[in-house]
Each structure stands twice: as C-alpha cells, then as structure tokens.
Design a protein around this ligand. Structure first.
Ligand SMILES: NC(=O)c1ccc[n+]([C@@H]2O[C@H](COP(=O)([O-])OP(=O)(O)OC[C@H]3O[C@@H](n4cnc5c(N)ncnc54)[C@H](O)[C@@H]3O)[C@@H](O)[C@H]2O)c1
Length: 385
C-alpha cells in the first residue's frame, strides 16, 4: 500500500516527545496503513533534549530553540507539542494559526480560560486537524469496552468507575518538578495531569456529569529542590470526583479518580462499567486481562476472566497471542491521528483521538471540581451551550 508521508515537527523533546520518536521509528509494525509520520524538525528550549533527537532520529533535518522558527518551516505539515501546561495556550494557538495539524498534549491549556482561547483558535481554523493525546483507550481491553458500549451490550448502566493512579510521588525524596508547581502545571494539579486520560472514554460514550462533588488532597508538602534545599509542592496530589450522569434516559453514579500518590500503582488506568445485562472491568494493572459478567434475568452471576488478544484499532505484525503494552498504545494513537490527517472522515477504522471538544469538556468538569472542593458543595454542570 502506498503511504502518504506526513512531515512532523516536535515541540518539546522530553519524555513524551521521545515516545513519539520511538513510535514513528517502528511504523513497520503497522501492517496496512496508507500514512506514515516522518519527524523532520524538532524544537526544545534545552539543547540536551534536542541532541537526543539529532543523535537518535535520522530523519531530523533541522533543530530550533525557538518554536516560532519551527512553525515558519514550510516543510512541516503537522506538529506534536509536548511542553509544560503553562505553555499550551500560546504555542497551540500559534501552531493552529500557522496552519499546521496539531496533536497536543493534555490538558490542552493550563486552565479553562487558556482552553477557551485554544478552542477559539481551533474554531477559526477548521481546516487543521487538532487532537489531544490520550493513548489508554487503544489498549485491547479498553477497545473491547468501547465496542460493547457502542453495541448497547451493558443494558441499563448501574454505575461507572474510572481512574488513573500513580505511586511514584509517594516517595518524599523524589525531587520537585514542574508538575508540582501551580505556575507550570496549573491549579487543577493531578486533574490536569491525569484527568483527560480518565474522562476520554466516558465523554466519548456521552456520559457527561450533571454534577460533581470533589475531594482533593495534598499528601507531600515539600520536596528536594535539587539545590540542597526544599521547595513547597503546590498542586493537588489526588482527586476523587463523585459525579452523577444522565445518559440514555437513565441516571447513574460515576466515580472518577486521579492519583499521584496511590501506593503500589505504577501507571494504573482502569474502567469499570456495571450494567443490568453486562458488567466489565479493565485495568492496565493486568494489561492482558478482561473481566466481564453477562447476565440474563434469573441466571447465574459469574465473572469471566479472559486474556485479551493483541487486537487494537490498527492491525500489526504482532500475533494476537502476544502482550500489548504502553508503547503499543502510543503507536496506535499516532496511527489514529495520522489516519485522520490522511483519510479524514474515511478513516481506516472508527476510533479517533481525543477531540478538542472532549478536552474542553474536561476543563468544565475540573473547574467545577475546584469550586466543589473549595466550597465543600456539590456543583451542578450545565452542558447546554
Ligand atoms: N500522554 C501521556 O501519557 C503523557 C505522559 C506524560 C506527560 N504528558 C503531557 O506531555 C506534556 C509534556 O510532559 P513531559 O512529561 O513530556 O514533560 P518533560 O518535562 O519531560 O518535557 C517537556 C519538554 O518541553 C521543553 N520545553 C520547555 N519550554 C519550552 C519552550 N518554550 N519551547 C520548547 N520546548 C520547551 C522542556 O525543555 C522539555 O524537554 C504535558 O502536557 C504533560 O501533561 C502526557
């Protein structure tokens, strides 16, 4: 199959920038796609981050310290931007206005005001494809839940629980970084950092909360500043959001949690859906395993535990008996973004990346959650308009 080459620039060559480089480098993993990303230009404020790309990614032709120079590069068709949250607003708007397709990182703006500005730029430039990174729905177990929700297999939804839990911040000797500082990570704290991952599928399914009661907590007050002293940790470590959802004419509770201090959890993303005809659980803690309970009135209530096959959105060279992992989900997400650029509404498969509208909806919920915690009250959300 002939492939359209999409020439990428990367702004922000840190942790996530490198993940994209790795995914692009093993594009041969995908068996039948008519598109391929090629990273030709990179930009970072830190020369060491640029040096990794120029040493490891042979397709890189040019590197820049100022992102505006990368945006002026006419060879660049699309940009991946993975920078701290305080920079999203300015850089995403400039990317969109430069007419480059954008895969941005969550939370798509440090706060709701920043997100509103990004949304306005997107609305004024509908010709560019703009999507947010969110890779976990591409895990085979998550894909299975999406498929079954689409087929109405759950019956009436009884309740939903979704979360994303980390544990590395339990260690108080871990030095401070930009994610612990309000000026760079934002007031949302762990919600901005982890929340769109949790909300992507519920929002895609149309499960928008009508109200939220939030419990936010700070666990570690200060951390080594890397200069021999200590710096205050300003952002929320953990968040539990109790939401009520009305969908398909029924109301049900939905508990969302985002935790940076969840003992024993390295990178646990999970979704549990309980329904009158089917219940299902999937967690990246046991990435191969799906659990489901089909139910007929009066019948037995037996959980089925199954090893999920290596089946995601796009077919790959990997046999279905093998295991799927984090970097596979990143590769699949990148395929979905490149698919949309190349094939538009005729994508090779139907699951597209998180949309700016979904990111904007997450901002509305996180803003309400901050108010809920501050006031100790349940806050209503109005999704009209
Ligand atoms: N999708 C995911 O699973 C996932 C995981 C981690 C982080 N993220 C998101 O990715 C984004 C970046 O996070 P990260 O962990 O890669 O951070 P990081 O600190 O590892 O990398 C950020 C990079 O941006 C660079 N940078 C800072 N200011 C810049 C500027 N003005 N111009 C160009 N480059 C600049 C830094 O030098 C650094 O190399 C954030 O939005 C974060 O929420 C997503």
């Amino acid at each position: 199959m002939s492939k359209q080459i999409i020439r990428f620039g990367v702004i922000g060559c840190g942790l996530m920038g490198k993940e994209f480089a790795s995914a692009a480098a093993r594009w041969c993993h995908l068996t039948s796609v008519n598109f391929e990303p090629r990273i030709i230009a990179v930009c970072d404020a830190n020369q060491a981050a640029i040096d990794w790309f120029t040493a490891c990614v042979p397709s890189v032709k040019r590197s820049y310290r100022d992102y505006k120079e990368l945006l002026a590069d006419e060879e660049v068709d699309a940009v991946y931007c993975a920078v701290p949250h305080n920079l999203h607003e300015r850089i995403y708007i400039d990317i969109i206005q430069a007419g480059k397709h954008l895969l941005g990182e969550k939370p798509f703006g440090i706060d709701k005001k920043a997100n509103d500005e990004i949304m306005a730029a997107f609305a004024a430039n509908p010709e560019v494809v703009v999507r947010s990174s969110s890779e976990f729905p591409f895990f085979p177990g998550a894909m299975q839940i999406s498929k079954w929700v689409g087929e109405g297999r759950f019956g009436d939804i009884i309740e939903v629980e979704a979360g994303f839990w980390h544990s590395s911040d339990l260690n108080p000797t871990k030095p401070i970084n930009w994610k612990r500082i309000v000026a760079t990570n934002g007031e949302y704290g762990c919600m901005g950092d982890l929340g769109l991952h949790v909300l992507h599928l519920p929002l895609r399914f149309g499960w928008k909360p009508n109200s939220v009661r939030a419990l936010l907590s700070k666990v570690v007050d200060q951390r080594p500043d890397g200069k021999g002293g200590y710096a205050s940790c300003e952002t929320w470590d953990n968040a539990i959001l109790a939401c009520d959802v009305k969908a398909q004419g029924r109301e049900f509770p939905m508990i969302l949690s985002m935790k940076r201090v969840a003992p024993g959890h390295a990178n646990t993303w999970f979704l549990r859906v309980a329904g009158t005809k089917m219940s299902m659980e999937y967690s990246t803690k046991q990435p191969k395993q799906i659990s489901y309970l089909p139910y007929e009135p009066g019948g037995s209530q037996a959980w089925h535990i199954e090893d999920a096959a290596y089946v995601s959105a796009y077919p790959t060279i990997t046999g279905s008996i093998f295991e799927f992992g984090f970097s596979d989900s990143i590769l699949q997400m990148w395929a979905a973004f490149c698919d949309e650029i190349t094939n538009g509404s005729q994508m090779l498969q139907p699951f597209y990346c998180a949309t700016p509208e979904e990111a904007a909806d997450s901002h509305r919920l996180f803003t309400a959650a901050l108010a809920s915690h501050a006031e100790g009250e349940t806050i209503k959300l109005n999704w009209e308009g």
